[in-house]
Design a protein around this ligand. Structure first.
Ligand SMILES: [Zn+2]
Length: 140
């Protein structure tokens, strides 16, 4: 691919990419790659800019932090002890946005999929999760 970026643009891009390269997301990429799944990163033309997009499966995958995106029933999704109204409002806004983006993806013919941060710690388990959520039953 021809590199048309100026050094400034490139370093700005790199900084932005680094800031997005969270541990859980990297683990998902590594396992998806090992499974032979083809994907694109951070497609801005898709609602919510999914962390990974699998064009063949039309799956838009988000690697969600359990705390910020309120993984139901997960120990990481605890409620802080102070500033409860602030957090309640913040969490409500996050989950409302997630639902909205998921609906937009469905409307665009994509299947929104969430992989939770706590599901990424074990590579074997993560592989089974990706098989189940990305490789649609229709293809089997
Ligand atoms: Zn969790």
């Amino acid at each position: 691919m021809v590199d048309r970026l100026t050094p400034e643009e490139r370093s700005r891009n790199m900084a932005r990419i680094r800031s997005r390269d969270t541990g859980p997301e990297l683990r998902v990429r590594t396992v998806a790659h090992a499974l032979g799944l083809r994907f694109r990163l951070h497609r801005r033309d898709l609602p919510g800019t999914p962390d990974l997009a699998f064009p063949k499966h039309r799956v838009a995958l988000f690697v969600h932090g359990c705390f910020w995106h309120r993984h139901e029933g997960c120990a990481k999704a605890y409620m802080p002890k102070s500033r409860i109204p602030f957090w309640t409002q913040k969490f409500a806004a996050n989950t409302a946005r997630d639902r909205c983006k998921a609906a937009e993806l469905v409307a665009a013919g994509w299947k929104p999929v969430v992989v939770w941060e706590c599901e990424t710690t074990d590579a074997g388990r993560l592989a089974r999760i990706l098989e189940a959520r990305v490789r649609a039953p229709a293809e089997r």
